[in-house]
Design a protein around this ligand. Structure first.
Ligand code: UFG
Length: 343
C-alpha cells in the first residue's frame, strides 16, 4: 500500500518523503511546485505535478498507486502573507483540503495525516499550550487550518476515515545527512532569515517588535527540528494503521526561545556578527507560544532526537551552504545549456 504525500517537494514534505523512502514505504508525491522543487524529491521517487484540490487527478493517483494513507502538507504557510491575501489562504488551505478529504472518503482511503499549526491557538493565555486550549487564531492562516481540522474531524465521525491532526510549532533545521532543507527563495522564517544574514545573502535582520510582554521584549517560540517533526508523522501513521483512534496532537518540544536568543545562537554557531535592527511588530504575531507535547510523547511514543537549538541551527546552516553551492551549479548548467543552444 502506498502513501500519498501532498506537498512532498516542499520543505517539510521533502523530509517526510526521505524518511518514508528510508523506511522502505512506497510513496507518491503530489506537488504543484508553487513553492517546492522537483529536485527536492528523492531520486527515483514518483512526483506528480498538480494540485491537491484537483479531484480527478487525486482519485486517479489513489487508484493507480493503491493509496491507503494520505499525508497532506500542501499549503500556503506564511502568516503575514495570509493577513494580506486571506482568500488565497482559504482557497489553497481550506478549499483544497476539503476536496482532498472528499477524495479520501470517496475512494476509501482510511488514514489521513493533516499538517496543522500552533497558529490555531492564537495568543494563548496558558503556556505551555495543551491541545485542549481554546482555539482563537490571530491570522487567516490559523483560521484556514482550523477550518480544515473541523472538516476532517466531522468527516472522520461520519465515514471510515481515521485521522491524525498534528499541530506544528516552529519548524526549523534540516536533514542531518544534508540531503534536504528549507530552500524557499523569499524566506520569512526567523532561523532561515538569520542564517541568510550570517552568510551575507541579506544585509541585516529585522526584529519585528521588541516591546512584547516577554523577558527580553521579543516574541517567544518553540522551535522543533524538521527531522523530529517528520518522525512524529511516521509514528502517527503506525498508530493509525494499528487501528488506534483519531487524535489531535501538538508537535513541539515544550521549550521557548526569544527572537534575540535565536539570533544570538545563529551568531555563535556561524561565527558571524550580522547587523540587527528593531522594526515594528508584524500583524498576526502572538507574543509567546510553547507546546505542551506530553500527548504526542504518550500517545505515539514520540521521542525527539534533536531537541537542541544549536543543533537545529547547525543543520540549517549546513543546508544553506549546500543550497548556495547547488544554486551556483544549476545557474552554471543553465548558462552552458543556453550557450549550447545558441551555437
Ligand atoms: N521574526 C523576526 N524577524 C524576521 C522573521 C521573524 O523578528 O525576519 C520573528 C517573528 O516576528 C516571530 C518569530 O520571529 O516573532 C518567529 O517568526 P517566524 O516567521 O519564523 O514564524 P511564525 O511564528 O510566524 O510562524 C510559524 C509557522 C506557522 C506556525 C507558527 C506557530 O510558520 O506555521 O510558527 O507559532 F503556525
Amino acid at each position: 500500500m502506498t502513501i500519498l504525500v501532498t506537498g512532498g517537494a516542499g520543505y517539510i514534505g521533502s523530509h517526510m518523503v526521505l524518511e518514508l523512502a528510508d523506511a522502505g514505504e512506497p510513496v507518491v508525491v503530489l506537488d504543484n511546485l508553487s513553492t517546492g522543487f522537483a529536485w527536492a524529491v528523492g531520486e527515483g521517487l514518483p512526483l506528480v505535478v498538480g494540485d491537491s484540490g484537483d479531484q480527478a487527478l487525486v482519485e486517479r493517483l489513489i487508484h493507480q498507486h493503491q493509496v491507503d494513507a494520505i499525508i497532506h502538507f500542501a499549503a500556503s504557510v506564511v502568516v503575514p502573507e495570509s493577513v494580506n491575501d486571506p482568500l488565497r489562504y482559504y482557497r489553497n488551505n481550506t478549499v483544497n483540503t476539503r476536496a482532498l478529504i472528499e477524495c479520501a472518503v470517496k475512494t476509501g482511503v482510511r488514514h489521513f495525516i493533516f499538517s496543522s499549526t500552533a497558529a490555531v491557538y492564537g495568543d494563548p493565555a496558558k503556556i505551555p499550550v495543551p491541545e485542549t486550549s481554546p482555539q482563537q487564531p490571530m491570522s487567516p492562516y490559523g483560521w484556514s487550518k482550523l477550518m480544515s481540522e473541523v472538516m476532517l474531524r466531522d468527516a472522520g465521525r461520519a465515514h471510515d476515515l481515521h485521522y491524525m491532526i498534528l499541530r506544528y510549532f516552529n519548524v526549523a533545521g534540516a536533514d542531518p545527512r544534508g540531503r534536504a532543507g528549507q530552500s524557499s527563495k523569499d524566506a520569512t522564517h526567523l532561523i532561515k532569515v538569520a542564517i541568510e544574514a550570517a552568510l551575507g545573502a541579506r544585509d541585516k535582520l529585522q526584529i519585528f517588535g521588541a516591546d512584547y510582554a516577554t523577558p527580553d521584549g521579543t516574541c517567544i517560540r518553540d522551535y522543533i527540528h524538521v527531522s523530529d517533526l517528520v518522525r512524529a508523522h511516521s509514528d502517527a501513521l503506525r498508530h493509525l494503521r494499528s487501528g488506534a483512534p483519531s487524535q489531535t496532537l501538538n508537535c513541539g518540544y515544550g521549550r521557548g526561545f526569544s527572537v534575540r536568543e535565536v539570533i544570538d545562537t545563529v551568531k555563535r554557531v556561524s561565527g558571524v556578527d550580522f547587523r540587527v535592527e528593531i522594526a515594528p511588530p508584524r500583524p498576526g504575531d502572538p507574543a509567546r507560544i510553547v507546546a505542551d507535547s506530553a500527548q504526542a510523547r504518550a500517545v505515539l511514543g514520540w521521542q525527539p532526537h534533536y531537541d537542541d537549538l544549536s543543533t537545529i541551527v547547525t543543520h540549517a546552516l549546513g543546508w544553506e551552504r549546500e543550497l548556495t553551492k547547488r544554486r551556483a551549479a544549476y545557474a552554471d548548467q543553465a548558462k552552458r545549456t543556453a550557450a549550447g543552444s545558441k551555437r
